[in-house]
Design a binder for this molecule. Sequence first.
Ligand SMILES: *Cc1c(COP(=O)(O)O)cnc(C)c1O
Length: 415
Amino acid sequence: MSENTGTLAAKAAELDAADELAGRRGLFTLDDTVYLDGNSLGALPRHLPGRLHDVITREWGELRIRSWDESGWWTAPERIGDRIAPLVGAAAGQLVVGDSTSVNVFKAVVAATRLAPGGRDEILVDATTFPTDGYLAQSAARLTGHRIVAVAPADVPAALGPRTAAVLLNHVDFRTGRLHDLPGLTAAAHRVGAPVVWDLCHSAGALPVGLDEHGVDLAVGCTYKYLNGGPGSPAFLYVAERHQAAFDSPLPGWTSHADPFGMAAEYAPADGAVRGRTGTPDILSMLALEASLDVWDGVRIEAVRAKSLALTDFFLECVEAHVPAGRVESVTPSAHAERGSQVSLRCAEAEPVMRELIARGVVGDLRRPDVLRFGFTPLYVGFADAERAARVLAEVLAEIPAGEPGARDAVRVEA
Ligand SMILES: *Cc1c(COP(=O)(O)O)cnc(C)c1O
């Protein structure tokens, strides 16, 4: 063991001992893998299989259709929305859960153009966005007669103007982990009268968002990343209270109706965030998500943020100490105010390196062609994990010489 390794391991042990969230790890099903992919698929909360077993055998198996009322299935989308609300800084009554983030991006972008002042023809979209947002905004623009203006988030203030109908931005860049200025960009859009849709996939459950405090108009986000809802668990849609009466969904399914069981031919939207619903809720995924949210009981999102920054700082320190100079370069901002909860390292040999890391029990992921991505989920990742990940990365790099791209296709699905 080198002196470096000993010192950093000792520092990790100290940091772990002082970590107020350390006890949360026991709530998850984990092994001795260093799991740094919770920003793509969160780990399984230990109690979840038991809860789902009850949903399937008793609520579905025995109560059958009675469960829509008696087990609270019908109101699950807004009830679970209210459970997520405090994690993203929203008062109750403004979030509904359902559909995928992709579908909710579509609803939110079209609805934003319908909230905007008339006579505007541009939708500003983050040019670095996660692709699905861009694709859906394109289609929304074609349907509503707008044109897309793609701009890097830093250039949004200069691109805003009297033609801006709506703005769609990612809070944290999925590739680089860069955190964008939600308060500042929201305020800038409001100065020209344009509503903003924020995509919170990489910030919900990772850092304070402050939706109400910063006057955000509409927001969407995933629940299977930092919120651990399970593969494909339903997304959320936030509609600020002040916009709810005018929120006009482009997908006004019957469950968003004011009286869904009236089965009326005429559409009349429900009050509140409920009008963001579409069809019958996917109860099994939804109730898995609801159960998974128990791991947040008593957790302050500020404590999560503090640990996340400490973890990513410490990982970068260990990479610096262990990895030979020049082999990797961080593309994640070093300033805390600009960093989400992941570290992305550019590495020319990223594909074979990530394959080998995974084989050695350090699971991150790859953003082709050359980004190694490591997500830090403070509820179950510790400082010893960060040290081990950096040490194994150095070992792998020592065995894979520089200049060996080995670009075989990765088969894993990641978001
Ligand atoms: C993960 C992610 C998505 C995923 O959308 P799905 O509809 O759940 O596939 C969308 N946007 C961003 C920014 C993401 O990070």
